[in-house]
Design a protein. Structure first.
Length: 188
């Protein structure tokens, strides 16, 4: 039996920022449509990140990272749409103005519990790249569905690549962007 050993790999904030820059460039080049990135976007990002940081990334690493961002975006935007929760743009995390409201919300949304003190310093990048992809309506994947899927993929990714997913990011404009996207969706 052949056992492959893959060196541990952990995303850091600088890599996250470079990934966001590359994906923005790819979006501008037309390598994103209908919420999905074209294969060339993922492979280009993998090549650039590998070269710049001296790591070996594959397109699937980039794709999985973006899926994680989308999951975080879904969960966080749901939290921030609730009364009593806001975004702290200096600490890069949610502010809970009402503990009772938080505890009630967590009862019906178990997946949010781990986001209570989660620092996400690249939140603005996540919003920029994920906000327009968020599906709504009948058949749309909800945050719990996405979290379940990502947990399985994350566990597989961690086994294969020992990837660390503890990130952090954002600004006060972020919450306004989320609200604006939600208003535009309701109108459209």
């Amino acid at each position: 039996m052949l056992i492959l050993h893959v060196s541990p790999f952990a995303w850091n904030l600088e890599m996250e920022r470079v990934l966001a820059e590359v994906l923005r460039d790819q979006r501008n080049l037309g390598n994103k449509g209908d919420g999905n990135w074209k294969a060339v976007a993922y492979s280009t990002a993998a090549q650039i990140l590998s070269k710049r940081f001296g790591v070996h990334l594959m397109a699937d690493n980039v794709k999985n990272r973006f899926k994680l961002w989308r999951t975080w975006y879904g969960i966080m935007s749901d939290i921030l749409s609730q009364s009593g929760f806001d975004w702290d743009s200096t600490k890069y995390m949610i502010i809970v103005e009402n503990e009772i409201a938080w505890n009630e919300y967590v009862k019906s949304h178990e997946e949010v519990k781990r986001f209570r003190f989660k620092v996400i310093p690249n939140w603005d990048d996540i919003v920029d790249l994920c906000a327009k992809d968020r599906a709504t309506g009948l058949g749309a994947e909800n945050a719990l569905d996405a979290d379940d899927i990502m947990s399985k993929e994350t566990n597989e990714e961690e086994v294969i690549h020992s990837v660390s997913f503890d990130l952090e990011g954002s600004s006060s404009a972020t919450r306004k962007n989320i609200r604006q996207v939600r208003v535009e969706r309701k109108k459209g």
